[in-house]
Design a protein around this ligand. Structure first.
Ligand code: GLA
Length: 501
C-alpha cells in the first residue's frame, strides 16, 4: 500500500498531464490532529480521471479512500468505519484552504476536523505507516494455568486510566486485609493506562505513574498475589495508549522480565487490521506464542468482545478466558443483558478455558443489593472469571458478604468447570442449574421482573428424581426439602446447593 501510493504520487507528478490532476494531488501533513485517530498524513493521486489515496492515522494506519470523487470542488470519499454495523462506511471530505487542506470526517466515535500543509514525497516516506505481517496460523498449546475461573481484581471499572503504582499497591494490601485473597481472589490486574512511550530500542516503558514495574510485581508477589497487565494487538489501546503492534514478542519478553503473571490482550485499534476470523485468530495466536516463548507462566485473557465465535478457538491460541461481549457498566440493565443473554456458549467453557462476561461491578454503587446479589449469583452459576472492579479499600460490609461468600465462590470454582444455564423460564423468572464435581447441583432462582415473585424449585430442575438436601447459600442455612418455595425480590436471586438422587 505504502509503495503503491508513493509510486502513484510520483508517477502522477512526473508524467501525468497537468490537466488530469486535482488540486488535492500530493502529500499533506498534519501536525496537530486530535490524538484519536491521530491523522498524520493525507496522500492523493489522480490519473485517468480516477482519484485514489489514503489518510494515515496513528490508530489505524492508512485509511483507504473508497469511491473518491470531486463534488463541487470538494474531495469526497468513503472510508471503512471499523465494526460499526449501523454505519459500515463514513463519508469524509477534504477542502482546499489558504494554508493547505481541511479534512473533516468521523471514524467510530472520533470526529476528525483538522488542517494540513503541503509535504513532499520524502515526508511521505518518513510518515508512512509500517505494516507488519502476521505469522501464518499455528495453534498454541494451552498451559493448564486456569483449572478454575481466574479470580482477582482489575483497575478498569473503577479507576479507568487514572491509575498509579500507589493505587495498585493499595489494592494488593486491601485484598489481603479484607480477607478477599484468602477467599480465593489472587490476580491484581493493571488494565489500560500504565503505558508510556517506547525507547529507541522499541522497548515499552511504563508512564510516570509507574516508576518501576518490576518492583511493583515484587510487591504484589510478596503479598501472595499475582500481577496482571494489559495490551492490544493494535498500535493503540482502547484508551489511546501504546499497543503491541509491531512489538509483540518484545512486549511479551518485557512483561516476563517484570514478573507479570497475566495478560489481557484487547483488540481495540487492532480491529482495523484484523477484521476477520482468520486475522483476529492469528493475532491472538501471535501473542499466545510470544508469551509461551518467554518461558514464564501467563494466564492469557482474550478481549475481542466475543467476535468470530471466540469460544470455539480461544484455547487454540493459548487463551484461558475470553470476553463474550462489549463492556459491562454499573447498572442492572447492562449487567443483566450480558450475564443472562450474552455470556457465551456453555459448551465452550471448562477447565482452563472460560467464557468471560466481563469484570464485576459489585461495590461500585450503581445497583441495589438485590441486583448485586443477582450479579454475583449469575457469574458464579456461569463459571465466569470473578474479577472485582471496585475500590477494595472501600467495600461496604454488604458487598464484602457478596464477594466473600465461600459457598458461592465454591460453585464458581467447582472443578468440573461446567457453565450453568437456564433449565426453566417463565416470563421474567428463570431457574438455572450447574452440575458440580461431587454430584450435587447448584440451582439459582432469578427474578428479572419489576415486582417480587414466588418461585418454586422442583427436583427435575436439578436433574434429580428426589431432592435429598438443600442449602440456601446466601443465607448459609439448610432449607426443608418438602417445600422449596421462595419469595424472590424484584431483580433479585437465590442460590441453592441441592443433593438428590
Ligand atoms: C475495552 C475493554 C475494557 C477496558 C478498556 C480499556 O473497552 O473492553 O474492559 O479494558 O478497553 O481501555
Amino acid at each position: 500500500m505504502r509503495h503503491l501510493l508513493t509510486a502513484l504520487v510520483l508517477t502522477t507528478s512526473l508524467t501525468a498531464p497537468a490537466l488530469a490532476q486535482t488540486r488535492f494531488d500530493g502529500v499533506w501533513l498534519f501536525d496537530r490532529a486530535d490524538p484519536n485517530p491521530g491523522v498524520t498524513m493525507l496522500q492523493v493521486a489522480s490519473a485517468g480521471g480516477r482519484i485514489t489515496g489514503a489518510v494515515t492515522t496513528e490508530w489505524y494506519g492508512p485509511v483507504t479512500m473508497q469511491n473518491a470523487r470531486l463534488e463541487q470542488g470538494v474531495l469526497t470519499f468513503e472510508v471503512r468505519n471499523l465494526n460499526d454495523r449501523e454505519h459500515p462506511t463514513r463519508t469524509w471530505t477534504v477542502r482546499r484552504t489558504a494554508k493547505g487542506v481541511q479534512l473533516d470526517g468521523q471514524l467510530w466515535q472520533s470526529k476528525i476536523d483538522t488542517g494540513g500543509r503541503r509535504g513532499t514525497v520524502r515526508d511521505a516516506e518518513t510518515r508512512a505507516f509500517r505494516f507488519r505481517t502476521l505469522p501464518a496460523w499455528a495453534p498454541v498449546e494451552q498451559v493448564a494455568l486456569a483449572p478454575t475461573p481466574p479470580m482477582g481484581w482489575s483497575s478498569w471499572n473503577k479507576f479507568a486510566e487514572k491509575i498509579d503504582d500507589k493505587t495498585i499497591r493499595a489494592m494488593a494490601d486491601a485484598m489481603v486485609s479484607t480477607g478477599l485473597r484468602d477467599a480465593g481472589y489472587r490476580y491484581v490486574n493493571i488494565d489500560d493506562g500504565w503505558q508510556g512511550t517506547r525507547g529507541a530500542d522499541g522497548r515499552i516503558r511504563p508512564n510516570a505513574h509507574f516508576p518501576d514495574m518490576k518492583a511493583l510485581a515484587d510487591y504484589v508477589h510478596s503479598k501472595g498475589l499475582k500481577l496482571g497487565i494489559y495490551s492490544s494487538p493494535g498500535p493503540r489501546t482502547c484508551a489511546g495508549f501504546e499497543g503491541s503492534y509491531g512489538h509483540v514478542q518484545q512486549d511479551a519478553q518485557t512483561f516476563a522480565e517484570w514478573g507479570v503473571d497475566y495478560l489481557k490482550y484487547d483488540l481495540c485499534s487492532g480491529e482495523y487490521f484484523y477484521a476477520d476470523a482468520d486475522t483476529v485468530k492469528r493475532s491472538y495466536a501471535e501473542m499466545g506464542a510470544a508469551l509461551k516463548a518467554t518461558g514464564r507462566a501467563f494466564v492469557y485473557s482474550l478481549c475481542e468482545y466475543g467476535r468470530f465465535d471466540v469460544g470455539a478457538w480461544g484455547r487454540q491460541v493459548g487463551g484461558h478466558l475470553w470476553r463474550t461481549t462489549g463492556d459491562i457498566t454499573d447498572d442492572y440493565a447492562t449487567m443483566a443483558r450480558i450475564g443472562f443473554d450474552r455470556n457465551g456458549k456453555p459448551e465452550h467453557a471448562g477447565p482452563n478455558g472460560f467464557n468471560d462476561p466481563d469484570m464485576l461491578e459489585i461495590g461500585n454503587g450503581g445497583m441495589s443489593e438485590a441486583e448485586y446479589t443477582t450479579h454475583m449469583t449469575l457469574w458464579a452459576m456461569s463459571a465466569a472469571p470473578l474479577l472485582m472492579g471496585h475500590d477494595l479499600r472501600q467495600t461496604p460490609a454488604a458487598m464484602l458478604r457478596l464477594l466473600e461468600n465461600r459457598e458461592v465462590i465454591a460453585v464458581d470454582q467447582d472443578t468440573k468447570g461446567v457453565q450453568g444455564k437456564a433449565v426453566r423460564k417463565d416470563g421474567t423468572l428463570e431457574i438455572w442449574s450447574k452440575p458440580l464435581a461431587d454430584g450435587a447441583v447448584a440451582v439459582a432462582l432469578f427474578n428479572r421482573g419489576e415486582a417480587g415473585a414466588r418461585m418454586e424449585v422442583r427436583a427435575a430442575d436439578a436433574g434429580f428424581a428426589t431432592i435429598v438436601s438443600a442449602r440456601d447459600l446466601w443465607r448459609g442455612a439448610a432449607v426443608a426439602t418438602d417445600a422449596l418455595g421462595f419469595d424472590v425480590p424484584a431483580h433479585g436471586a437465590l442460590m441453592l446447593r441441592i443433593e438428590g438422587k
